[in-house]
Each structure stands twice: as structure tokens, then as C-alpha cells.
Design a protein around this ligand. Structure first.
Ligand code: 4LM
Length: 404
């Protein structure tokens, strides 16, 4: 009989792990241990030598973490996955694996602040050269290629400007140049976008966000070819040591089971809020890939199954307009991070992206009037009422400052 391929939503809770064979526990057990006992010395020696399968020490592998890794590999369509203790540990684990002094990286002109900080560290301390290009125009990647270009690194959607990058076009250019493409898929999740299917070599995630989904853990995942993931496991995971704890892996798997229903609601709410913001006189520009006004609306339709749950927008009145708005929200939480059940708002220029020098930040479009909102699962009318009131206060504050 032909094997039936289960749909994505079903694979979130079926497929890779089975109920515990000894107890029948439906929920996979949590192996909250740091180390594993050997039957005799030779067994320990064989496991260290890689001649016998089996667990040794949780920094090198743990059954609960392995369950999560198998699930993520299945969802992204990857040969293998590695869990890390944070999104940044996953990003650095992959980049330290791929790069050495003198290598060149082409990075999207717009990137999470700490990833920018990591690239600056690689540049200043390890002699790696970085070029930032506007990858919404893939030909710019081609122009930036050098003989030592080893990595093309990008986010799509870009945090926080919500620009989109054509994964097939950029991956094709990188492949011809012999460079590896690393895609941060945090904003989309594999439910909405699978970069490996579009030609990328590696995917990284901050699993802290939509994958976990409840704002109660910090985690990261890297995915790619098995050979590369095996090399990362015994080098930049094991020796740098940014491992995920078994408990957080277990919690993350619980979150992943509801990814599809949560993402559907995030998207439905975000579409409503984005359209509403677009018509609001106090809002100068709305950056959301689900709006026809978005410059890469066609890219969104081609490579994403839906436009996601994050919206950025520019508030009238510049930095002070944004400040008055952010100080006035009541239901929405004023906090960094994204992709959890509640709606979160923050100010990228002074918060998540403040490490980027102002001139570069402005060139990337991260201006003082820009606000990012991660739409939660609340009744959308309650979100809209909160935004309406905060924008009303912002309008009053700006008008008062102009005509005191
Ligand atoms: C934020 N972001 O934007 P950990 N990749 C992307 C991210 O947005 C983040 C990370 C990696 C935010 C955190 C405060 C696209 C984080 C890093 O925080 O190390 O799991 O992820 O609000």
C-alpha cells in the first residue's frame, strides 16, 4: 500500500515521537537528566568513540531534545536539526561552523539587532568581512559576491521592516558562487514558509517566538544537511556549549503541537489590524506583507502560505508620536519579543535594534517613528480599541507639542 503523507497540521502532533513504550504515556516523557549511566567501561569508551549508539551527557544529546530535533527536521523538510539554548546560540553555532578569518558574508540590509552585533564581533575580532545589501533586489547580491564569499545570510520577513526576500532568486545566485545560504525563518515558521524547499542550505530559528508560542522559554534551532549538522553537534554545539535544557525542549514540543491553529489566528487578526491601521490618519505607513501596498506582495504570495502575525508601522509625529503611542497602550504589552499569545508592541530603534549605529539603522528603515506590533490571539476588536485609544492620545500629544 502506498504510504500516505500526513499534512503539516497533523504532523505537528503525530509522526516523529510515539507514546512511551513502557508506560504508555501519551505525552513524551521528560528526561530531565544531565548524564547517562554506562553498563561498563567499554560501553562508555565505545560511545565516546562513536562506535556504539547511545546517550552520554546532555550537552552532547538527550532523548527529549532529540524528540524535538526530529520534529523540527520533519516540519522544515530538513535532513537533520539541532536544538540550541537560544535563537542567538543557533545563529552563532551555524556561523562559527561556516566561517573563518578572511571569509566574506553578504547579509540582508535589515536584521535582528543581536545578529548584527554578532556579525560585528566576527568582523572586528575574527577578520570576517561583511557587506550589507538590499536583498529585495537580488541582483545586488550578485554584485556583492567576492572570491571569498562563503555565506549569504538573511531574514525574510526582515525584522522589523517586514521586507521580503525572494528565496529562490537569492539562493540561485549564492549557489552559483559556491556560498551557503542561511535563512532565519523565525517570523514565518515552517507552517508559512520552508526555505530549504526554495534552495537555502541552512535554516535557523528563534524558537522563543511562534514555535514555543507562549512566551515562557528561550530556545533556538538550526537545520540543514545531516553531515553539516553532525559537524555542528560535535563542534560549535558541544564545545561552545549553547545547549537547550530538556525541560525547555519538552515545553517547546508542547507549543509546537498547536502551531497551525495559533498561526491561523495570528494571521487572521494581523490582516484585520493591518487594514485598519492603513486607514488610520495617525499612521503614515503600514509594513505588512499581507497588504497589496507592500512592495513585495507578489513575493509573499509566491513563497509564503500566509503573511504572518507581525506588523510594523510609522506613527505621525516622529519619535514623539511613537513614544506617546507606546506609553498609552493598555491591553497590548509594551515589551520586546514576538510570536506569543498576547499582543506585544515595541520600539525597534531604541530597543531590539538599538545596537545598530543610528546612521546604518536609518538606512535600513528603522527610524524613530517605527513601531512593531506582534499580533496576539485576543479578540481583534479589543486590540483595535486599544490601538485606537493609544493613537488618539498620540495625536493629542503631538498636536499639543506643535501648538502648546
Ligand atoms: C525581538 N528577537 O525581535 P533569541 N532571530 C530573529 C529574532 O527576532 C530574534 C533572534 C533571532 C527579539 C528578541 C527580543 C529574527 C530575537 C534571537 O532571543 O536568542 O531566542 O532569538 O524582539
Amino acid at each position: 500500500m502506498e504510504k500516505k503523507v500526513l499534512s503539516f497540521s497533523t504532523r505537528l502532533m503525530h509522526g516523529t515521537s510515539r507514546p512511551c513504550p513502557t508506560t504508555g504515556s501519551l505525552t513524551p516523557p521528560l528526561y530531565q537528566t544531565s548524564t547517562f549511566v554506562f553498563d561498563h567501561m567499554q560501553q562508555g569508551a565505545d560511545r565516546f568513540a562513536g562506535e556504539e549508539e547511545g546517550y552520554i551527557y546532555t550537552r552532547l544529546g538527550n532523548p527529549t531534545v532529540s524528540d524535538l530535533e526530529a520534529k523540527m527536521a520533519d516540519l522544515e523538510g530538513a535532513e537533520a536539526a539541532i536544538a540550541f539554548g537560544s535563537g542567538m546560540a543557533a545563529v552563532s553555532g551555524v556561523l562559527f561552523h561556516l566561517l573563518k578569518s578572511g571569509d566574506h558574508v553578504i547579509c540582508s540590509d535589515g536584521i535582528y539587532g543581536c545578529t548584527y552585533g554578532l556579525l560585528r564581533l566576527l568582523e572586528e575580532r575574527f577578520g570576517v568581512e561583511i557587506t550589507y545589501v538590499d536583498m529585495t533586489r537580488p541582483e545586488k547580491v550578485e554584485e556583492a559576491i567576492r572570491p571569498r564569499t562563503r555565506v549569504v545570510y538573511l531574514e525574510t520577513p526582515v525584522n522589523p521592516t517586514m521586507k521580503l526576500i525572494d528565496l529562490k532568486a537569492v539562493s540561485g545566485i549564492a549557489r552559483r558562487a559556491g556560498a551557503s545560504v542561511v535563512v532565519d525563518n523565525t517570523f514565518a515558521t515552517p507552517y508559512l514558509q520552508r526555505p530549504l524547499e526554495c534552495g537555502a542550505d541552512y535554516v535557523v530559528h528563534s524558537a522563543t517566538k511562534y514555535l514555543g508560542g507562549h512566551g515562557d522559554l528561550i530556545a533556538g534551532v538550526a537545520l540543514g544537511k545531516k553531515e553539516e549538522m553532525d559537524a555542528i553537534r560535535i563542534s560549535t554545539l558541544k564545545d561552545i556549549g549553547g545547549v537547550l535544557s530538556p525541560f525547555d525542549a519538552w515545553l517547546l514540543m508542547r507549543g509546537i503541537r498547536t502551531l497551525a491553529v495559533r498561526m491561523d489566528r495570528h494571521v487572521e487578526n494581523a490582516k484585520k489590524v493591518a487594514r485598519w491601521l492603513e486607514d488610520h490618519p495617525q499612521v503614515k505607513e503600514v509594513l505588512y506583507p499581507g497588504l497589496e501596498s507592500h512592495p513585495q506582495f507578489e513575493v509573499a504570495r509566491r513563497q509564503m502560505d500566509a503573511p504572518g502575525g507581525v506588523i510594523s508601522f510609522r506613527v505621525a509625529g516622529g519619535l514623539e508620536g511613537a513614544r506617546a503611542f507606546l506609553d498609552s497602550v493598555r491591553l497590548c504589552h509594551l515589551t520586546v519579543s514576538l510570536g506569543e499569545v498576547s499582543t506585544l508592541v515595541q520600539h525597534p530603534a531604541s530597543m531590539t535594534h538599538s545596537v545598530i549605529p543610528e546612521e546604518i539603522r536609518e538606512r535600513m528603515g528603522i527610524t524613530g517613528d517605527l513601531v512593531r506590533i506582534s499580533i496576539g490571539l485576543e479578540d481583534p476588536n479589543d486590540i483595535l480599541s486599544d490601538l485606537e485609544e493609544a493613537l488618539r492620545i498620540s495625536r493629542g500629544t503631538v498636536a499639543f507639542n506643535e501648538n502648546p
